[in-house]
Design a protein around this ligand. Structure first.
Ligand code: GLP
Length: 263
């Protein structure tokens, strides 16, 4: 697990976006795994900016989103489909037919979950998966106690997550308590994983993810099993890590190695 500690949230977004730009430059038809929440918004802005500067084209890219609220159709303003259109898809040259978000309004969500898994497999698998993290260590909507081998399924949200996400809903507006989410097993099959976290309120989840035991109590800790995960965090999210200096040292060494290879 590579841990990159940067000064602030803007640097986190730039660093993360560069990884996506490199991925798409190396493989124009990359399959992206995408995430919602407030943390990836700045990264999406960087990608839009890069697209406007002709640095990257999404014309051959396809994508799968991690999760969706169960009970909301894609047209609903609180749906994650709507979020993705607004934050990224409407501003780049991606073919929206190639962007998949779990169907929150599926007649039979159990079948829809199975089909989502199948479609990921048929695409050849996810090349690079973007993740945020919940305060309780959830990834996607895999709440604590999720099986580390779980696949796309219906998941009940914890009260903590419902409360954390209440800020996106107007007072009195229906807020779903259920979701469809890729499983932890699904996420672990992505070839590369990029997790972003910023702010002090993520510091405990980051310690549990990076330095804690691998446990269903902190779903993101399963990433310790993944061969190519990078955790990009700002100083505030890194504030509780024990060996920050070592992680900084490793990153400096990695940068040196990368620039010497580029020569
Ligand atoms: C939601 C999403 C997660 C996201 C989390 C944290 O629960 N399902 O994918 O990581 O929120 O969101 P934020 O980045 O707003 O803290």
């Amino acid at each position: 697990m590579k841990v990159v500690i940067l000064d602030n949230a803007a640097d986190v977004a730039k660093y993360g976006a560069d990884i996506f730009i490199k991925q798409i430059s190396a493989k124009a038809d990359s399959v992206l795994g995408l995430a919602t929440g407030s943390t990836p918004v700045a990264l999406y802005k960087e990608l839009i900016h890069a697209h406007q500067n002709q640095q990257v084209s999404f014309s051959q890219v396809s994508s799968f989103n991690l999760d969706e609220y169960l009970g909301l159709s894609g047209e609903h303003s609180q749906s994650y489909r709507h979020f993705m259109n607004e934050q990224l898809f409407d501003h780049v040259d991606i073919d929206k037919n190639n962007t998949l978000v779990p169907p929150g309004d599926a007649k039979n969500p159990l079948i829809a979950c199975h089909e989502y898994e199948q479609t990921i497999k048929e695409s050849g698998g996810i090349d690079i998966q973007l993740l945020g993290i919940g305060r309780n260590g959830h990834i996607g909507f895999n709440e604590p106690s999720s099986s580390l081998g779980s696949r796309t399924r219906v998941k009940t949200l914890t009260q903590e997550t419902i409360d954390d996400n209440a800020r996106f809903f107007a007072e009195g507006e229906f807020q779903p308590h259920l979701s469809i989410t890729m499983g932890i097993g699904t996420i672990l099959e992505a070839k590369k994983v990029v997790l972003l976290a910023t702010g002090e309120n993520k510091a405990q989840a980051i310690v549990d993810t990076v330095q804690g035991a691998i446990t269903a109590n902190c779903p993101a800790s399963a990433l310790q099993f993944h061969p190519d995960t990078v955790i990009i965090i700002d100083e505030a999210a890194a504030s509780l890590l024990e060996n920050k200096e070592f992680f900084r040292h490793i990153e400096r060494e990695n940068q040196k190695l990368e620039s010497s290879l580029a020569l």
